[in-house]
Design a protein around this ligand. Structure first.
Ligand code: NAD
Length: 361
């Protein structure tokens, strides 16, 4: 009897267990290294802007990418008003397949992994662009992404003072509660702030991680001192921005993949010839991230499929090494590959057939 090909499946609980067993800060560091390595292989990837389906309440997007050996896609939504339905703003899942056969190796929840990869990518960009020795970060928006941003900047840049502001004080209280393990030992300080101006005072890194469907101005040009690095995460689809255009004109702006960022990033507010630098060029040393101490630098993050490929690659390797998740018969692979109907009719006999774990490393 032919063996059944199986796909490794990581549901949300399995991804969470895997990340906890590795440790969040170690996971962020490992993931950041995967992201950095893949950005350094930029020309190996077939890239495209993500395919977005907009509605009055949010967006659903598909994000494909391939390096010719493996193919990945992510499904992700963004619904800023989902909290009213007890649903997260961002939810995601993704798959990794082998290009040689098209067989899906891994199917995984990517809601948690999206927060990890967004924070890891922010930290990779900040390491190349932020002023050296920065220890204080203003964090505007303290929702689902916030802890991951804090931990990535702590683990990778040594940031230990977080000046936290959210229009909803309960969000800041949640951030403090969740990171109490690090604040109690003195590794981190989380200071709740009453306004954005208060949060910005003395912070040389500013992360904006707010959710609003309409054009918002979270930061105005005159609020930002020379030398500051801005990690702008919340503006990530058409019509959704966080920064004053005057601030963009003053900044040295890095983006992930220019064709997508022109549609979705802060730079959607700017003319088509507004100068930006793709992050891979900074990471490979072709262009400096910062040219002078007084530069205002900006990472205009929207989230690019390459980062999700890196994340799936990392998740798959970690799951194989730690035997995490389970195997599912995700796709039908009949004994006689051209007899799908016969396979359908023989399903009773197939019960208990041996399996091939194609997802094994
Ligand atoms: P969330 O809804 O959990 O949290 C957003 C927080 O922003 C809330 O606590 C809200 O009260 C706060 N907020 C809203 N308006 C504000 C304002 N004017 N000033 C201060 N705080 C304000 O959302 P999340 O999952 O944390 O995501 C945050 C944003 O990041 C979303 O816009 C999301 O689409 C975006 N995002 C971007 C990427 C990327 O790769 N760039 C990845 C994931 C999420």
């Amino acid at each position: 009897m032919k063996e059944t090909a199986m796909t490794r499946f990581l549901d949300a609980t399995a991804v969470a267990a895997l990340v906890r067993s590795i440790g969040v800060q170690t996971a962020l560091r490992q993931l950041a290294e995967h992201v950095r390595q893949d950005f350094l292989r930029w020309h190996r990837f077939e890239k495209s802007a993500r395919l977005a389906s907009h509605s009055p309440v949010g967006v659903i997007e598909l994000m494909p990418v391939t390096d010719g050996e493996q193919y990945a896609f992510k499904y992700v939504n963004g619904h800023p008003r989902n909290a009213a339905h007890a649903m997260p703003t961002v939810m995601a899942f993704g798959a990794l397949a082998e290009v040689s056969t098209g067989f899906p190796l891994l199917l995984a929840d990517m809601t948690l992994a999206t927060a990890l990869r967004t924070a890891a990518t922010s930290a990779v960009a900040a390491r190349a662009m932020a002023p050296h020795g920065t220890t204080a970060m203003a964090l505007i928006g303290n929702g689902a992404q916030a802890e991951f941003q804090v931990l990535a900047f702590h683990a990778m840049l040594g940031v230990h003072e977080i000046r936290a502001y959210d229009v909803d004080p309960a969000a800041t209280a949640k951030l403090q509660r969740n990171l109490a393990g690090l604040t109690d030992t003195g590794e981190l300080r989380i200071l709740p702030m009453a306004s954005i101006d208060e949060a910005l005072a003395g912070a040389h890194i500013v992360s904006t991680v707010t959710a609003d469907k309409t054009r918002a101005t979270i930061l105005r040009d005159e609020q930002i001192a020379p030398g500051v690095h801005i990690n702008a995460v919340g503006g990530d689809c058409p019509g959704k921005t966080e920064l004053d255009p005057a601030l963009l004109r003053r900044a040295r702006v890095a983006v992930e993949y220019e064709p997508q960022s022109r549609l979705e990033g802060e730079i959607q507010q700017m003319p088509a010839d507004f100068p930006v630098i793709e992050l891979w060029r900074i990471l490979n040393g072709e262009v400096p991230g910062r040219t002078a101490v007084e530069d205002v630098t900006l990472f205009d993050s929207v989230g690019f499929a390459l980062e999700d490929y890196s994340t799936l690659r990392w998740l798959h390797a970690a799951a194989c090494a730690r035997h995490a998740g389970r195997y599912v018969e995700l796709v039908a692979t009949p004994d006689d590959t051209r007899d799908l109907y016969g396979w359908l009719m023989r399903q009773d006999e197939a019960e208990g057939a041996p399996v091939t774990r194609r997802a094994a490393a």
